[in-house]
Every structure is written in structure tokens, then in C-alpha cells.
Design a protein around this ligand. Structure first.
Ligand SMILES: [Zn+2]
Ligand SMILES: [Zn+2]
Ligand SMILES: [Zn+2]
Ligand SMILES: [Zn+2]
Length: 420
């Protein structure tokens, strides 16, 4: 009887049992249950042949979303699934708890996401932990170890695609750093003729010590580079107070380098003028205008030491961008970020601010090129999103699916993809 029903599917007729049959059956399920008479039977078929379903996209999706539970087809698991955060996969006993979680977590399309199970992570560090360890998710780790790029953490289609990609993804720094030393050090020329679109510049300083114990940071070298890693400005700076520690081992700076160097005030003015690009400071807005976007690592400190002010909305700080941070409060060092995400070493021995500029600029452009969904109002702080999780919507929110709630959840930080 069963064999005759299947007669119409040609090649499948001869399959008696096991994988071949189950695979055929599963493929036919979406066509309208011709083969399987009841829901229980169809579930049963999936259960028996789970392993053979791995190459069928919809089954794979179903399988991975259930993968964390032991008995994957238990009814009570379906109930729990209803209270599972669609972004971080945390389970909640009650829907109201999930609503509260969504209200305070600011999940969004801008969070780093596992290319395998689609879990959202707050930072690339936690995504790295999820994919590589310690305490990785085993299923994702297995796939990542074959097809994942260990620098940008994306998943490629094949082992070969990974090899080709990773070769391009891993950058090197040596050549460029030496180029920076080719007599360009004291070039104080700022090219005002340089103009196109919204310009981005990276800034880095090297500090020497002042004060009685030499612990006060004084800017002694500063560098500015453009998006193409060309030096705009690179100079020694004469600090306004005496230097008590040249920190020679890391800075390579000797007293004679600073003796006739440009005074801080003059350097500060040049940089300020270059950043503002003809716009008065009070008029600078994050969108539109001529003022330049400033990239750096721990910019507040650099700007403080340069006695320079610049609007926060125009700064892109690799020490403060949540996806690049260690935790919500703790930054990663630029040395670590460059090693982990760009694949090369910086700040070994004597340090050149040009090298830091290039590293931050590369981290910035890589983050800017993240491929995220484009939204009209991407930020939780946008007025249009003010009521998305308002308490008066509580009952409406509790009736939503986790996916629907994720769709209205917006980012609490400015994602750099929005600059592109
Ligand atoms: Zn969550
Ligand atoms: Zn984004
Ligand atoms: Zn995953
Ligand atoms: Zn990569």
C-alpha cells in the first residue's frame, strides 16, 4: 500500500527503509503531506532521520534552534521556546520576563552575530568565546574550526574559501611602519586641498613623562593619517612643562628631538583647524557638513593632552565602541585588537604613532564595512523608537513573538556601519 502511494515519485519507489526513505519523505513534506498521513507520523519521520536532514535548509534551521535541549522534540520545549530571546537565546520562565529583558538589553541587527546559530553577542570578544573558547558552543565551534575566519569571525562557504578570505583578512604592519620613518617626521604641511565626501582621519600621540615622578603624560609626538593611510601630519611636540622622563625604551624620544619641536599650542591649533575643516565648532553636526570624523584609541586622553576639544558625535574610538570592548566597561588595548582582529603585531619595542593611526583606521574601516540591515531609525534614542518598549504597551508586547520583539529592539550605541 505505502509503496504504491509513493509510486508517483519515481526513484523513491524502491527505497525500503532508513536514510533514503526518510530523506525522500522529508523532502516531500512541504509539498502537502502526500506521503505522510498524520502530523505525528511526520514528526516521527523527522525524529528518526534527524542526522540525514542536515543538508535541508529548513530542517537545519529547525534543528539548530532546538539544539540546546536534550530531547529535541519534547512538547514542553516548544512552550519554553516561546519565552526564548530571539537574539541572545536566553530562556525565560515567563513572557513578562522576556519583555523586561528586551526592554533593557537593546539587542539589534548591529550586534556581532554567530554566522552559524545566529546568536547575537554584545561584543566580538564574546562571539570569539562562543566560537573558539573558553566555553564555546560545540556545534558552532566545530563548523567554525573548518570554515571560520579567525580574524573577522565570519563563516565562509568552504575550507578553500576560508583560506582565500583569511589571506586577505590578515593584514601586516611592518612595511608601512618603516615607510612612516622616511623623513616625514616633521612634516607640518596640512593639505587643505584634500577634499572628498565625509572625510575620516585617525590620530595618535606618544607621551613622555612630566611632573616630579614622571608619571604625568605629556604629548611629545602626534600623527594624523587619512583613510588611505597617508600621513597628513606627523611631528614632535614641545610640551609646555619640563619633561622628567623621556620613556626612551618605548618612545625612542631624546631631549634634542623636542628642543626645537613645534610648541603644543601651535600643534593643537593646526589639528583643530584640520578637523573642523572650516566649520565653526558649535555648528558641527554628526550628519552633513565638512568637519572630519576623528578615529583613534582612547581619544579623550589624547585630546586632553593636546588640550583640544572636539564633538563626541564626530569621534570613533576603538577603546569605546561596544563591539570592540572586552566588557561593557573594560576596553581592549589597541595592541590586542590589532593582533586579534587584523592579525599583526604593533607596539613592539619603540612605538611610532603612525602605526597606531593605521591600526585604528583599519579597525574603523573594518567595523564600518559590517554588513547590517539598513533601518530608517537605527537607534533606541531616535524619537521614533521612544515607545517601542513603553510600559503601557506591556500586554501587547507579551503577545508578540520573540522575533517580533527583536524587530522593534534598537541599538543603544551608534554602530559604525551607519557611517557608510
Ligand atoms: Zn537577549
Ligand atoms: Zn551596524
Ligand atoms: Zn553559534
Ligand atoms: Zn576575515
Amino acid at each position: 500500500m505505502e509503496a504504491r502511494e509513493r509510486g508517483g515519485f519515481g526513484g523513491l519507489t524502491r527505497n525500503k527503509e532508513g536514510d533514503g526513505l526518510a530523506r525522500g519523505g522529508a523532502n516531500l513534506l512541504p509539498a502537502g503531506g502526500y506521503l505522510l498521513s498524520s502530523k505525528e507520523e511526520s514528526v516521527g519521520t523527522i525524529r528518526e532521520s534527524k542526522d540525514s536532514l542536515i543538508d535541508i535548509p529548513w530542517a537545519q534551521k529547525l534543528g539548530s534552534s532546538m539544539a540546546s535541549t536534550q530531547d529535541q522534540w519534547n512538547i514542553s520545549d516548544y512552550a519554553l521556546e516561546g519565552n526564548k530571546c530571539a537574539a541572545c537565546f536566553r530562556q525565560f520562565n515567563k513572557m513578562e520576563h522576556l519583555v523586561e529583558h528586551m526592554r533593557t538589553s537593546y539587542h539589534s541587527v548591529h550586534e556581532p552575530m554567530c554566522g552559524i546559530c545566529k546568536k547575537h553577542c554584545r561584543s566580538y570578544e564574546s562571539l570569539r568565546e562562543h566560537l573558539i573558547g573558553p566555553l564555546p558552543k560545540q556545534e558552532c565551534k566545530n563548523i567554525f574550526s573548518i570554515r571560520g575566519c579567525r580574524f573577522c569571525l565570519t563563516i565562509l562557504d568552504s575550507l578553500n574559501a576560508r583560506r582565500v578570505h583569511q589571506e586577505r583578512c590578515q593584514l601586516s604592519g611592518g612595511l608601512l611602519a618603516s615607510f612612516a620613518n622616511l623623513g616625514l617626521r616633521d612634516n607640518l604641511t596640512i593639505d587643505h586641498g584634500y577634499a572628498r565626501g565625509r572625510q575620516v582621519v585617525a590620530l595618535a600621540c606618544k607621551m613622555v613623562g612630566g611632573g616630579s615622578d614622571g608619571s604625568l603624560d605629556l604629548c611629545a609626538r602626534v600623527c594624523l593619517v587619512d583613510e588611505n593611510e597617508n600621513i597628513i601630519f606627523h611631528t614632535y611636540v614641545k610640551p609646555p612643562i619640563p619633561v622628567t622622563n623621556y620613556r626612551y625604551e618605548t618612545t625612542g624620544i631624546r631631549p634634542e628631538y623636542l628642543r626645537d619641536a613645534t610648541p603644543l599650542r601651535q600643534v593643537q591649533k593646526k589639528i583643530q583647524d584640520f578637523l573642523c575643516n572650516g566649520e565653526p565648532m558649535w555648528k558641527i553636526r554628526p550628519r552633513g557638513g565638512k568637519a572630519r570624523i576623528l578615529v583613534g584609541h582612547n581619544l579623550d586622553h589624547d585630546l586632553d593632552r593636546l588640550q583640544l576639544e572636539y564633538p563626541a558625535g564626530m569621534m570613533r574610538d576603538t577603546a569605546k565602541y561596544p563591539p570592540l570592548m572586552k566588557t561593557s566597561k573594560l576596553s581592549n588595548s589597541l595592541k590586542y585588537l590589532t593582533q586579534a582582529y587584523l592579525g599583526y603585531d604593533i607596539q613592539t619595542g619603540m612605538q611610532d604613532p603612525y602605526e597606531d593611526c593605521v591600526a585604528t583606521m583599519r579597525l574603523y574601516t573594518r567595523m564600518r564595512s559590517q554588513n547590517h540591515t539598513i533601518e530608517d531609525y537605527p537607534l533606541a534614542s531616535d524619537p521614533q523608537n521612544r515607545n517601542n518598549f513603553a510600559s503601557w504597551r506591556q500586554s501587547e508586547l507579551e503577545r508578540m513573538s520573540p522575533e517580533e520583539m527583536l524587530a522593534i529592539s534598537k541599538s543603544d550605541y551608534y554602530c559604525w556601519c551607519l557611517d557608510s
